[in-house]
Write a protein that binds this ligand. Structure first.
Ligand SMILES: [Zn+2]
Length: 160
């Protein structure tokens, strides 16, 4: 009977290595010791670096334009209170946009930092490579599509 029992580490070693820090192939262990680096070609990384840098510059340009447009708007005279109200809400809208842009710029800068650390395009949950197609659409992402979908599912469950 005893000879048919499952070896104690059988289950452990048949689960993904990521889950077990003491597993010899643990991705977490590799990450901690900074062994984990992206296998993305340097040219590809450079492509994404240029793409993000350009996006950051565009956003900064856009933000500059928004500020000047707002300043222009303030100078205008709105005798009608309804017009003034709409101007106020326009301004709130602009501020929200700028907040959103600011957050996006931070995310992009973080992505550039990950390129410097050679971990750009690596999923922070499963440590797998994020597909280039996904990175093209969303270069600031830190999750592969599978982990993103799992996360969204969890959030949806929590929200309900
Ligand atoms: Zn993942």
């Amino acid at each position: 009977m005893g000879s048919h029992e499952t070896p104690p580490y059988f289950f452990l070693y048949n689960f993904p290595a990521i889950m077990y820090e003491h597993h010899p192939n643990s991705v977490i262990r590799k990450q901690r010791s900074n062994v984990l680096k992206t296998t993305m070609k340097p040219e590809k990384v450079e492509f994404f670096r240029r793409m993000l840098t350009r996006k950051i510059n565009d956003l900064l340009d856009e933000a500059g334009k928004t500020v000047s447009e707002m300043t222009y708007g303030v100078k205008e005279n709105y005798p009608d209170p309804n017009d003034r109200a709409s101007l106020e809400s326009d301004r709130n809208f602009e501020l929200r946009i700028r907040d959103r842009e600011r957050k996006l710029i931070i995310k992009m800068q973080e992505a550039l930092k990950r390129m410097d650390d050679s971990v750009f395009g690596i999923c922070e949950v499963c440590a797998g490579l994020i597909s280039e197609k996904r990175l093209m659409a969303r270069p600031v992402t830190t999750l592969c599509i599978d982990c993103k979908m799992k996360q969204e599912k969890m959030e949806k469950l929590k929200g309900e």
